[in-house]
Design a binder for this molecule. Structure first.
Ligand SMILES: *Cc1c(COP(=O)(O)O)cnc(C)c1O
Length: 340
């Protein structure tokens, strides 16, 4: 018998559900570059409806969806304001600068992941030929597993409007934020001109993300997607799984959040790990290890037991569909055994 494996590195490791595999096998498809794939068209229409936008575009990844948003809102020589820890600044290879000639203006994230509104205001450049043209504010929700309050989103939207800026949300885990706040995704999305969402994380689709916005933005994004080599042909095979991600996997995220809270509570009894429980809000737990903890040794020992974690100066554990309470117990017991 093969050992059951629990992989805590990320929710991107989730396996597609049996229903997704079935839907993929049976998907009606066409050439999506011609706009002829009924499964892609249905997914885009469904997502636009669910999130409250005019239009949507299916993309190969969340990175591509964010890049299309940045290149859609900004032109060469423009800039976007974002967090130092923002995925679309720090973890996407500098794509907006490399491929879009768009300059990032990063600001320090506060402890809760938000950007201080006064700092955003202070970073908006006056109309002067010395400066790049500030066009866009980009926020992230959830960020580090933390949910931004909607009162903050409303204030950020007003700030953007008052300065004639657009406002984008990297909502890779928007569904987690919505479940945590017990609201629809549209409720959070309403504060933004565009939103990107990942179908391939906690929502368990094998591949794919979406960018949502108005017709003009999505038309521009469609052009850039083709330029980037992201025009996919019979992509309905993927969209069929994406549709089930949106219709069947959102409410289930509640279980991931419960497992994360349960994990954090268990880890609190371990002296060598310190956890800020106020930041455990969705499916992520961050633990700061004591200097004495042999992290590489721990990673190796757990792997031998079928528990996969990523090492680092901060340990990050992510819960998802393929981790149950039993998996959490196995991780906690594995750490305790290693330390004793
Ligand atoms: C995962 C992630 C992305 C990018 O998604 P990929 O599909 O991995 O390219 C963007 N933003 C955030 C916040 C993410 O967590």
């Amino acid at each position: 018998m093969t050992m059951e494996v629990f992989d805590f590195r990320s929710d991107t490791v989730t396996q597609p559900t049996p229903a997704m595999r079935q839907a993929m096998a049976n998907a009606v498809v066409g050439d999506d570059v011609y706009g002829d794939d009924p499964s892609v068209n249905r997914l885009e229409a469904l997502a636009a409806e669910m999130l409250g936008f005019d239009a949507a575009i299916f993309t190969s990844s969340g990175t591509q969806a964010n890049l299309l948003a940045l290149m859609g809102h900004c032109e060469r020589g423009d800039e976007y304001i974002c967090g130092q820890q923002a995925h679309n600044y720090k973890y996407e290879g500098g794509g907006a600068a490399v491929l879009g000639s768009v300059q990032p203006q990063p600001l320090a994230n506060q402890a809760d992941g938000s950007l201080e509104l006064a700092a955003i205001k202070g970073a908006i450049k006056p109309d002067d030929h010395h400066f790049a043209k500030t066009r866009l504010i980009s926020l992230e929700n959830t960020i580090g597993g933390v949910v931004l309050p909607q009162s903050y989103l409303a204030e950020a939207q007003t700030l953007a409007f008052d300065h004639r800026l657009k406002i984008h949300l990297d909502g890779a885990r928007l569904a987690n934020a919505a479940v945590a706040q017990q609201c629809d995704m549209a409720q959070i999305a309403q504060y933004f001109d565009s939103v990107s969402v990942c179908l391939s994380k906690g929502l368990c689709a094998p591949v794919g993300s979406l960018l949502l916005g108005d017709e003009a933005l999505i038309a521009k994004a469609r052009r850039w997607r083709k330029v980037l080599g992201g025009g996919m042909r019979q992509a309905g095979i993927l969209a069929a799984a994406g549709e089930l991600a949106l219709t069947t996997q959102v409410a289930r995220l509640q279980e991931d959040h419960q497992h994360a809270t349960y994990l954090a509570e268990q880890l609190q009894s371990i002296d060598e790990l310190s956890i800020d429980m106020t930041l455990v809000q969705t499916n992520m737990v961050f633990a700061k290890p004591a200097a004495s903890l042999d992290i590489q040794g721990l990673v190796k020992r757990l792997a031998e037991q079928g528990v996969i974690i990523s090492g680092g100066s901060q340990l990050r554990f992510v819960t998802h569909k393929d981790i149950d309470a039993n998996g959490v117990d196995k991780l906690v017991q594995g750490i305790k055994a290693f330390l004793s």
